[in-house]
Design a protein around this ligand. Structure first.
Ligand code: FEO
Length: 403
């Protein structure tokens, strides 16, 4: 592709839209694909910031050659590696083969992974937090941001034009369908918002405290443009994506409830619908119900991030939780999700296990229960279901009090 997409006068976006891949990291569904972004600066010295996933960008090297040629240049002086995950480092080998003298800029952790993946150990320029690199007009500063999203991740800040090359941070699932910049997208809320939160919650959310540390580091730093490695480039309203990431990394959530159940023969599904109706009667206006067997884990986590209230239901399964619910609780513990209100229900036919293990989950993760858990024996008849009224009432009360 020989597109010339200017971020500013001498900074270009180069990227690829991946509509083939079914699962990001071979885990997370990509119904709307994903973009891999990289950036080229053509100054007195030239620099490529990150690459793209191998094989997704056609003649990616030829594209860089073309843009360099537009400025009468042939050489690539620097390859700045903000993140080593292969969706961004996949073309490093091709870059080094084409420009064998390119200096690879990264930190000590970058280079360990670089050697592990690509066997590259030469022409390395190690930088530390706050180090700078002069390209001519542009002066770059490096900001170490470990665990946003891997240990080696860093950001590069152009102090001249106040542009932040932010790595995975401020990224999203979803391809760039012609529109590369935020001001070219009229329907962000419809097209990207949920996918951005699903990306944040499942990929970066575990490291929310490190995202907050990054915000501290960037406090007071002017941001004219944010250039992430996935999704739109934010040149008109970077504050919008900063606000979203800030909110999500502080576990700020909407006043609503997501009800997620595992049900083998429909009993728990009926209980979930009963609780949902009682929540509506109690005044909760945002309610979402999911069958954990049907809806992919990543969408469940997305809604858990979105709403303050969570109600989990599990039938007993071999004296434990239903496997799909158990998988969800394991992931939530792994992510260390905070600041939720919790309701629990379930069902059993012989000696239980669903609700018993959900209670253990609640104690471990530390989310307060809004009411006593309800474990229904057999069919959820009206007399048994009425015990669930307290879950809906407790959730409504808890949500109304939460600041
Ligand atoms: Fe988009 Fe952590 O890679």
């Amino acid at each position: 592709m020989n597109l010339k997409v200017n971020v500013t006068d001498r900074i270009y976006w180069l990227g690829a839209n991946d509509r083939r891949k079914e699962l990001f990291e071979n885990l997370w569904p990509l119904p709307d694909g994903v973009s891999y972004n990289s950036y080229l600066i053509t100054d007195e010295k030239t620099a490529l910031l990150d690459t793209i996933e191998m094989g997704t960008g056609g003649d990616y090297v030829g594209w860089i050659e073309h843009l360099l040629g537009e400025h009468g240049r042939k050489d690539l002086d620097y390859l700045i590696v903000n993140h080593m995950e292969p969706d961004h480092s996949g073309e490093i080998g091709d870059i080094v083969r084409r420009w064998p003298n390119v200096r690879i800029v990264g930190n000590c952790k970058t280079f360990k992974i670089l050697e592990g993946y690509y066997g590259i150990t030469e022409n390395l320029a190690e930088v530390k937090d706050g180090d700078t690199l002069e390209l001519g007009h542009h002066k770059l500063r490096f900001v170490m941001t470990p665990w946003v999203h891997w240990p080696e991740t860093m950001m590069t800040y152009d102090t001249t034009e106040h542009i932040l090359f932010s790595g995975d941070a401020f990224g999203t699932f979803g391809t760039l369908d012609g529109a590369v910049f935020d001001d070219e997208i009229a329907d962000f809320e419809e097209k990207y918002l949920s996918e951005m939160r699903r990306y944040y919650s499942n990929i970066v959310g575990k490291y929310s405290n490190m995202v907050q540390k990054t915000f501290c580091k960037l406090n007071g730093v002017p941001l004219n443009v944010i250039c992430p490695l996935h999704g739109p480039v934010w040149r008109s309203n970077p504050g919008k994506v900063v606000d979203l990431y800030d909110k999500w990394s502080r576990y700020e959530a909407e006043e609503g409830v997501v009800i997620i159940y595992g049900s083998m023969y429909g009993n728990n599904a009926a209980t979930a619908d009963y609780i949902a109706r009682k929540c509506a009667e109690a005044g909760i206006k945002k309610i979402k119900v999911h069958d954990a067997s049907k809806t992919h884990l990543s969408y469940l986590i997305n809604d858990i991030w979105r709403y303050r209230g969570v109600v989990l239901g599990s039938c007993a399964y071999n004296t434990n939780m239903f496997p799909k619910v158990e998988q969800l609780t394991t992931e939530l513990l792994h992510m260390g999700v905070k600041d939720k209100l919790l309701g629990l229900f379930g069902s059993y036919s012989w000696n239980g296990g669903g609700v018993r293990n959900l209670k253990t989950f609640a104690e471990t993760i530390g989310w307060p229960l809004v009411a006593e858990p309800v474990d229904v024996f057999g069919t959820p008849t009206p007399d048994k279901l009425s015990a669930c009224d307290a879950i809906a009432a407790g959730m409504a009360e808890g949500l109304s009090k939460h600041e």
